[in-house]
Write a protein that binds this ligand. Structure first.
Ligand code: UGA
Length: 435
């Protein structure tokens, strides 16, 4: 298949590289000249394990190329994926679809022969209808079908998620488009990943419903964690205990400082807005959004408590800044709200992240950056584990203790067993456990 991928962002780049790896001919289109120059030189603008190698190999073997000429690529393609950004619109929280609609208009002008146009970006219900209308308006005689094919990959394990999905969702009623999509994903269906065909609107909503459910699941266990702290129970055991029930499932029950990232916060908000507009508000998700917003900042209170009631004049060492490990993504990272709240309470902040420092420096002002966990611990009155990078899982606790001005660890990801830390003379608190 000849595939055009519009947008060399997270989803576009990973999907484009994986499709090329399946043996398809893929052209990734992006407007950003700097990004294109990097990609053509074999450099990846984001941090994602394994992606650089995958891109380089497929580019060298001639299956993957990068360009800014959308019209040329589209006119020669069987399938065109739209994988541009859909950020939250400033002010009202609806998804901003201007990039999607601009791409659709350009695609419409360039189409030649039967072409399947696929929205891979996360888009509100009805966007496919609008994409179809825009293409038809640009090119009344065009032979095309618009399909919704949402993506479920996670940052940090994107390639694995793409190549081993639980399912592939294809939203279309057009028989020709179904056959083309079956061909695009054939290597995965050989691996027994089911392709689930449904209507376009249903596919669009399925993506939002999935992310909202996962965000709700995390928020649920976070509230149970707070209750555990009050009642002297252990949230990890509660999570294990309920997770063993197949109807609930063990995943996404890890209590922490609240979900962040480029997807859950944006998608839950967009779903809330869409539902309100449709006069069918989803109160569970409205509540999820507001609990999670408050939670991030509330985590600073844990640190204040662990420091004896005040952090004024104290130095707090923050370990981990990205919204999760194995990414350099800082979007809606809990660290941002926690650091701000600690600064507001009068603390000085030292911070370190194994990969996210460059992005973090652009976003966080007025703090000191250290170049290791130990540099951050040096002179600190408490260290706070905000992101569960592997590098923080086996710290030399004796060395930490010796460096710190006050030996306190607040473990917001429950990485340690409290007794191991306390044994080294470091006061320890975590989330939803007595220790
Ligand atoms: C999420 C979904 O998991 C993907 O399926 C989806 O494709 C993607 O959004 C998207 O819409 O593009 P991602 O945001 O990359 O993926 O990362 P997750 O691993 O889902 O983590 C999101 C946040 O939830 C992180 O801040 C993480 O720390 C937090 N989390 C996750 C918890 O606090 N507890 C958990 O048990 C799991």
């Amino acid at each position: 298949m000849r595939i055009t991928m519009i947008g060399a962002g997270y989803v576009g780049l990973v999907s484009g590289a994986c499709f090329a790896d399946f043996g398809h001919q893929v052209c990734c289109i992006d407007r950003d000249p700097e990004k294109l120059a990097m990609l053509k030189g074999g450099k990846i603008p984001i941090y994602e394990p394994g992606l650089e190698e995958l891109v380089t190999t497929n580019a060298l073997q001639g299956r993957l190329r990068f360009d800014d000429n959308l019209a040329d690529a589209v006119s020669q393609s069987d399938v065109v994926f739209i994988a541009v950004g859909t950020p939250s619109r400033r002010g009202d929280g609806f998804a901003d679809l201007s990039f999607v609609y601009d791409a659709a208009a350009e695609v419409g002008r360039a189409l030649k022969g039967f072409t399947v146009v696929v929205t891979k970006s996360t888009v509100p219900v009805g966007t496919g209808d609008e994409v179809e209308r825009i293409i038809r308006e640009q090119n009344p005689a065009a032979d095309f079908a618009v399909v919704s094919n949402p993506e479920f990959l996670r940052e940090g394990s994107a390639i694995d998620d793409f190549k081993r999905p639980d399912r592939i969702i294809v939203g279309t009623d057009a028989t020709g488009a179904k056959a083309v999509m079956g061909e695009v994903y054939r290597p995965l269906s050989l691996n027994a990943a089911p392709i689930f065909y449904t209507s376009r609107r249903t596919a669009e909503l399925t993506k939002y419903a999935g992310n909202a459910f996962l965000a709700m699941k995390i928020t649920f266990i976070n509230e149970i964690a707070d209750l555990c702290e009050r009642l002297g129970a252990d949230v990890q055991d509660v999570a294990r205990g309920i997770g063993m029930d197949n109807r609930i499932g063990a995943k996404f029950l890890h209590a922490g400082p609240g979900y962040g990232g480029s997807c859950f916060p944006k998608d839950t908000l967009a779903l809330v807005k869409t539902a309100q507009d449709a006069a069918s508000p989803i109160r569970l998700i409205e509540t999820t959004v507001s609990i999670n917003d408050q939670r991030k900042r509330a985590m600073a209170r844990k640190v204040v408590d662990a420091c004896g009631g005040s952090v004024r004049g104290k130095t707090i060492g923050v370990l981990g800044l990205t919204f999760k490990p194995n990414t350099d993504d800082m979007r809606d990272a809990p660290s941002l709200a926690i650091i701000q709240a600690l600064k507001d309470a009068g603390a000085s902040i030292k911070a370190y992240d194994p990969v996210g420092m460059e992005q973090a420096r652009k976003l966080i002002e007025g703090i000191e950056f250290g170049d290791s966990a130990y540099a951050v611990a040096d002179g600190s009155h408490a260290i706070v584990i905000v992101t569960e990078w592997n590098a923080f899982r086996s710290l030399d606790l004796k060395r930490l203790r010796a460096l710190m001005a006050m030996p306190v660890m607040v473990d917001l990801r429950n990485v340690y067993r409290g007794e191991d830390v306390v044994k080294e003379g470091i006061a320890y608190s975590s989330v939803g456990r007595e220790r």
